[in-house]
Ligand binder design. Sequence first.
Ligand code: GRF
Length: 194
Amino acid sequence: MKKSNGKIKYNIAVFISGRGSNLKSIVRYSLKNKTLYKVKVVISNKQKATGLLIAKKMRIESYYVDLTKSKKLGKRVLNILRKNDIKLVCLAGFMKILPAYFVKSYKGKIINIHPSLLPKYKGLNTHKRVIENNEKYTGCTIHYVNRFLDSGKIICQRKVKITKKDNKRSIEKKVLKIEHKMYPKIIDKILSNL
Ligand code: GRF
């Protein structure tokens, strides 16, 4: 915990696997607004994740560790989190299921954003499946992480309307736009209840 302008700042970690657009929006929001948090650490399970470049550019401590590969690597990440006094872990495009011991170590303190209205469309290729099923609405969900895929308690959801003109790409764009607004704010809200 760090004090900035007399206010307490909680350290958070963001886990990524790829592009990192949510990471970028979370960091930007935390820098421009009076948030309760600072993105202290970024962990990627992919060495070539663009999100790692974003972290470097924004001078955030970042690591490439595939923590799901072995317990030794998972423990290494837990040590990094503890050393940095991380209060909340935010998965943002992290494409692996966290091992049970890892979730247990940070019980109730890991959240994820998923591009569908959970419990519908867990897993990959959500937009493609939404179109194939002629859904009228889709959206995104922020939820607590448990050891099952996209299954923890839902924290909040936003709906997005699908029109006849929409395709996979346009739906992804609409949903991401909402994600970028919603995720940074929800992190603040969760931390305010700690
Ligand atoms: C987002 O749509 C998020 O909901 C999902 O993966 C995507 C990650 O995008 N879990 P980005 O890496 O944040 O750009």
